[in-house]
Design a protein around this ligand. Structure first.
Ligand SMILES: NC(=O)C1=CN([C@@H]2O[C@H](COP(=O)(O)OP(=O)(O)OC[C@H]3O[C@@H](n4cnc5c(N)ncnc54)[C@H](OP(=O)(O)O)[C@@H]3O)[C@@H](O)[C@H]2O)C=CC1
Ligand SMILES: O=C1OC[C@@H](O)[C@H](O)[C@H]1O
Length: 172
């Protein structure tokens, strides 16, 4: 019998380039990647500038406005009781304050990379997430590439490839 998927209700914090990419991907049918136990719904979008910017975002990602709350501030977004998880897509300089705002409101958080500017900020976010018993993760999608699983599964085990003297990386 088909399983009823758990629906995660997302609040999108910021409306720039990667937020648009993220929402388009988020709303792809999970069955396309053989996933049936979870579904995703965008229930709120906030722009730091205005509610109109948030409305413009919906148009850019081809998302119908019905059932989506629009906010002109991040504080309003994290206060929305219908939001389960906040996706933080602001510049690095603002990740700490924005993720902390959402965690403090008891929201689960997915925060864009680079996670924080200092290690101390990252520790504070992790401590807050633990205290609030919510999920917190940095949005490093490349971590989930099949090649990365191979690398972490075999190449990185002690001694598997001998002593590493030099590493050259490339994004392609
Ligand atoms: N995982 C990945 O593959 C990628 C991750 N990123 C990461 O995502 C983050 C955002 O990058 P990107 O989307 O390219 O950036 P953009 O400049 O396109 O968008 C950032 C958005 O943050 C909001 N914002 C809030 N405060 C400020 C501020 N003081 N200055 C500028 N913007 C502000 C704005 O939205 P509004 O005012 O409407 O809320 C703005 O549109 C970065 O940390 C970047 O590293 C970027 C690209 C790829
Ligand atoms: O910031 C980024 O922008 C481009 C992406 O391809 C890359 O994975 C990411 O780190």
């Amino acid at each position: 019998m088909a399983q009823t998927p758990h629906t995660v209700r997302w609040g999108i914090l910021a409306t720039g380039f990667i937020a648009q990419m993220f929402v388009r991907d988020l709303l792809c049918n999970p069955a396309l990647r053989d996933v049936s136990d979870v579904a995703h719904k965008v229930v709120a979008v906030a722009s730091s500038r205005s509610k109109e910017s948030a409305a413009g975002f919906l148009e850019k990602v081809n998302l119908a406005p019905e059932g989506v709350q629009l906010y002109g501030s991040y504080a309003e977004l994290v206060s929305d009781p219908d939001v389960d998880c906040v996706y933080v897509a602001t510049p690095h300089s603002h990740h700490f304050q924005n993720a902390m705002l959402a965690l403090s409101a008891g929201k689960n958080v997915l925060c864009e990379k680079a996670f924080t500017v200092t290690a101390s900020q990252a520790r504070k976010l992790a401590e807050t997430a633990r205290a609030k018993n919510v999920f917190l993760m940095e949005a490093v999608w490349t971590r989930y590439f099949p090649s990365e699983h191979q690398r972490s599964g075999s190449w990185s085990s002690p001694g598997a490839i001998g002593t590493v003297y030099r590493v050259i990386g490339e994004w392609s």
